[in-house]
Design a protein around this ligand. Sequence first.
Ligand SMILES: [Zn+2]
Length: 248
Amino acid sequence: MSACKKIMMIFPHPDDESFACGGTLALCRERGQETCLICVTSGCRGRSGTYDISCREKLARHREQELGRAAEVLGISRLELFRYPDGSLATVDRQELSEKILHVILDWKPGVIITFPPDGVTGHPDHIATCHATTLAVEQAERTLAAEEYPDLYYVSIPHYYDHCSDKGPQPAVPITGKVDISGFRLQKGEALRAHLSQVYSVNRAYPGVIDGDFGVIGCYEYYTLVRSKGQPVNPKRGKEAIPLIEF
Ligand SMILES: [Zn+2]
């Protein structure tokens, strides 16, 4: 009964959830699946778009508000803010971060957990650190949970992230093994991206036009790799056939 599974996502920055999984989150809401998002930092670095916010603390609170609006658009049931400093996660003790994630996993008991892959999609150190801490947390959760409660762990990829950029991302660390059809939820994904208005520069890089309400660049699929299931690592393989459709 996959339709009953609770879906938990762990990402380091406000906006990662909309970039990577906005359509999937909206689809889950439509199907009555509960969703939980852990946002590890509040994104206090980087430019603040058209807003004149020089204080990092103020920018973090502002981005939390934007994330709250995106969470409303996407119907996220539970939002957890860890409020680590943006850009710091590579220096945070992995065990400490994984224990915080573990605590939420054991409390909420998701059937599916989604985070970035070890390449971080963009190579961002916060993305990579979040991947490692989440993977460790899932392994640790299995020591406490009953076998039927073990969550499936997926990494999300954004293969079209650099389509509109002159630069390229790192080599993907894992092959994509499934895609979710979000064609009915492109509008919600676009509106969630638009909620992150202070991140206009990064939204415009991957999704030009979206901030202005043109959602033409938003594709019909979001892409995943199952890497752990039933308490065991899965060795993701990709044949020559088209990426299969999956549902959570
Ligand atoms: Zn990010």
